[in-house]
Every structure is written in C-alpha cells, then in structure tokens.
Design a protein around this ligand. Structure first.
Ligand code: G3H
Ligand code: 13P
Ligand code: ZN
Length: 331
C-alpha cells in the first residue's frame, strides 16, 4: 500500500473549493508518456497553475501502472526542480470497476473517477458508493458521473449522449458521498464531437457546433449549490492543428470541438475541473507530421518528440492562462 501523501501529491478537495470560490477550473490533462508529463508540469509551473495528472485505464495498459505512478512521483520533484511546488493530483480517469479504483488507490493515486454512467441509476449509485467508502478511508477523493457523453469513454463506448437529468443530482450526491460530479451538457470525447449535420458553417466553411446546455448546468448548480462539477470531453480541436495535420499527410475529417469561450464561461461557474486530452494529441501529431514532411531524413526521436513536447507545453500554458483561468492560482 502506497499513500499519495508520501509521494507529495494532494487530493482534489481544497483545490476544488478554491477553484469554485475563485471562478476558475483546474486543468485535468491526460498523460501516457514522459514527454506529455514534462509538458504538463513545465506549463503548469511556468503559469503557476495547480494541475490534475490524469491516467486512463488505456494509459495504464500502454505505459505500465508502476511506471506511471513513479512518473507522477517524479513530476512532484520535477516541479520543485523547475522552481515551484505546485499542487499535483494523480487521478484515475474513467475507472470502470471497484477493483481498478482500489488498485489505483493502493498504488498512490490521490483521486479516482468511478464511471458508472452507462449503468442503470441504482447500480451507478451502489458502485460509486462502494468506491467512495473505500477511497475515503485513505482521504482519496472520488469523481462520479451522471449522464452519458457520446463517443468513447475509455473502455465504455456510447453512440448517443444523454444529458444529465438535474432531478437526479441531489439524490446521487447524497447517497454516494462523491466529492465531485461529472455531467453531460453537450461535450463529448475525441476530435469529432459533433456530426456535421448538427453544426452550422461560418464564412470560412468551418463547422460551428451547437452551444453547450448552460441551462442544464444552471439547474444542476441550483440543486447542489457549491458542489464541484466536472466537464469531460472539453477539447476545442484547434483548427490550426487540424490544418497542419491535413496538409502534412493526415486525414482528419470534420474535426470539431468545444469553443474556448464556452469553456471559459463554464469555468466561472461550479465547473472546477475541465478534462483535455484530444487537443494535446492534435498538438503533438501536428508537430511530428510537419517535421516528418519537412525533414524526411530525420530519425532521432528527440528531434521530433522534443518539438512536439514544446508545442504541447505552449498549448497547455494557453489553456491555463486564457481558457481555464487557473494561471497564478498555485501561489
Ligand atoms: O476519456 C478518454 C480519454 O481521452 C482517455 O483516452 O482511453 O484513449 O487513454 P484513452
Ligand atoms: P477530450 O477528448 O475532449 O480531450 O476529453 C478528454 C476527457 O474527457 C478525458 O476524460
Ligand atoms: Zn472523459
């Protein structure tokens, strides 16, 4: 049994309380490898932002659970070496079983998500409560989910979204004891968040998605005032990256995300954690594709992973400074 406290990590409790009070959101960036971890930590140290290092079960399979845990521990030391002891959470993204959540808690995670959103309501309540009862013994915080996002939720794939029903949230929070709640108000995972027929087109022919359901968010906030809300599927799918990818051999069609102004708006509310993975994937892919086309003789991984890491850091700094408003909040 490893305690996250011995690794220098923190849970989400204080972070979320401050974020709601301050009208900003904490970035939850997914990572699978060293370059992503370096980009996240250096961006958050430079902008002085608290951060959630997010690991999916797919990431655990890809990178090895032990390595990821030591990388998170390394991230704490790396931040100090860069000059700032920012608060860092190690969080399991979309946990789909009690056993997976328990294993992460036992291995040093400071926060876990149990995603029972695809289960019938009462089963979601029972599973979430089981995880909360275990996690709270070790002061580990738990995120639950109500409502279904379209697209792939890690191992859980769903073709259709259904919005969170505000009538359920009070009961769910009370019965489960969760520390935060992920909701569905129109975001979804991946780089194709909406079908073209759901969007309009602007003058340049770029797809404009339907707005997030701020009315549902408002009703949820009224029912559970001050309770931490989480937004998944919050990549904005920057069109400059899509363009670089597609003009350098890629084939991303109809890629569209959530406009950053809407995320900024959400961050001012009880939304205090915003999950971003796909934008980072796009930034790295754009950088690597460009180098491969412009310099086909290059075969030193540092010469393409290094610039990809630089681009990722730039993107994350922009998110903290201009979208989530978390810059300066680690002071
Ligand atoms: O919600 C999904 C995250 O973007 C993680 O994706 O399961 O491919 O690691 P992944
Ligand atoms: P994106 O695919 O929009 O980056 O969402 C990531 C996410 O929600 C991880 O849980
Ligand atoms: Zn998610």
């Amino acid at each position: 049994m490893v305690s996250y406290k011995d690794l220098g990590l923190v849970n989400t409790r204080e972070m979320f309380a401050k974020a709601i009070k301050g009208g900003y959101a904490i970035p939850a960036f997914n990572f699978n490898n060293m370059e992503q971890m370096q980009a996240i930590i250096s961006a958050c140290v430079e902008t002085s932002s608290p951060v959630i290092l997010q690991v999916s079960s797919g990431a655990r399979k890809y990178a090895n659970q032990t390595l990821l845990r030591y990388m998170a521990q390394g991230a704490v030391e790396y931040a100090k070496e860069l000059g700032k002891n920012i608060p860092i959470v190690l969080h399991l993204d979309h946990g789909n079983s009690f056993e997976l959540c328990k294993s992460c808690i036992d291995m040093g995670f400071s926060s876990v998500m149990i995603d029972g959103s695809s289960l019938p309501y009462e089963e979601n309540v029972a599973l979430t409560k089981q995880v909360v009862d275990y996690a709270h013994q070790f002061d580990v915080t738990v995120e639950g989910e109500l409502g279904v996002l379209a697209g792939v939720e890690d191992e859980v794939a769903s073709e259709h979204s259904h919005y969170t029903d505000p009538a359920d949230v009070e009961d769910f929070v009370k019965k489960t004891g969760v520390d935060s709640l992920a909701i569905s108000i129109g975001t979804s995972h991946g780089a194709n968040k909406f079908k073209p027929e759901q969007c309009t087109r602007n003058a340049e022919g770029i797809l404009v998605p339907p707005p997030l359901r701020f009315d549902i968010l408002k009703e949820i906030e009224e029912r559970i005032p001050g309770f931490p809300i989480v937004l998944h599927g919050s990549s904005s799918v920057p069109q400059e990256y899509v363009k670089i990818i597609n003009t350098h051999g890629g084939a991303l069609k109809d890629a569209v995300g959530i406009p950053e102004e809407q995320l900024r708006e959400a961050a001012k509310s009880a939304v205090c954690k915003i999950n971003i993975d796909s934008d980072g994937r796009l930034a790295m892919t754009a950088a690597v594709r460009k180098i491969f086309v412009e310099n086909p003789a290059e075969f030193d991984p540092r010469k393409y992973l290094g610039p990809a890491r630089d681009e990722l850091k730039k993107l994350y700094m922009h998110k903290c400074e201009n979208v989530l408003g978390s810059a300066g909040k680690a002071e």
